[in-house]
Unconditional design. Structure first.
Length: 224
């Protein structure tokens, strides 16, 4: 779905402010209003935004950033708490799974977790494997990043970077020469689904553990 003048922004922000006026904590109000966001893809004068990938992976942090930046300008949210959340992923309140499902709604929670594991954690997995490769080849001398990247892809997906990109652009009917920044999220999510489909359970579990460990090392607190 493409929308240039996003009513979803207005609807979600209206719901956010209404919850604040009712005395709700800003973080709960934020998560609650995400269920009203119904735009998958949006063109803006400065940048194009992908909010929902394949109808199943919702970038809740991108939407949260859109809402909270407006709230900061209006000075209706605590600046320090919001900046910690946006820049360090530190939520002011820790919510368990049942509370998250209640606040976000089960479908939006599922979509948000799909994005966390399918994009955020998948990127972390790639970084972790690249780090492993660099450590292994130190004694053999420097290797350029293209080689490291290809080797990481072979270990994770069983194919080179170019091979995987060719598969992706073919499946999605995209032109490689016009591969955009907004296509990158779609590509990462495609890689995640490809890996899970073509790996055994033991490798999938090991890769997930490695990705989460990398995120923890980077200071990432979790999906919410």
């Amino acid at each position: 779905m493409e929308q240039k003048n996003s009513n979803a922004t207005l609807d979600s922000y209206t719901a956010f402010k209404k919850a604040l006026r009712a005395g709700e904590h800003w973080y709960i109000a934020l998560l609650s209003c995400l269920r009203y966001w119904n735009v998958e893809y949006e063109k803006t004068p400065r940048k194009n935004h992908v909010y929902l990938i394949d109808g199943e992976a919702f970038d809740h942090m991108l939407v949260s950033t859109r809402i909270l930046k407006t709230a900061l300008k209006e000075n209706i949210v605590p600046k320090n708490e919001v900046k910690k959340f946006l820049f360090s992923g530190i939520a002011p309140i820790e919510l368990n799974g049942s509370r998250l499902a209640e606040v976000l709604g089960k479908q939006r929670l599922k979509e948000s977790l799909n994005f966390f594991y399918g994009v955020t954690a998948e990127e972390a997995l790639q970084l972790a494997v690249k780090d492993e490769i660099r450590k292994e080849v130190q004694v053999l001398g420097p290797h350029n990043e293209a080689w490291v990247n290809n080797e990481a892809f072979r270990r994770i997906y069983g194919k080179s970077f170019d091979d995987m990109l060719n598969i992706f652009t073919s499946v999605k009917n995209l032109n490689r020469t016009h591969f955009s920044t907004e296509d990158l999220k779609k590509y990462i999510y495609f890689l995640f689904k490809y890996r899970v489909t073509n790996s055994d359970k033991a490798k999938t579990a090991s890769d997930t553990k490695k990705a989460l460990a990398k995120l923890k090392y980077m200071g990432y607190k979790g999906a919410f």
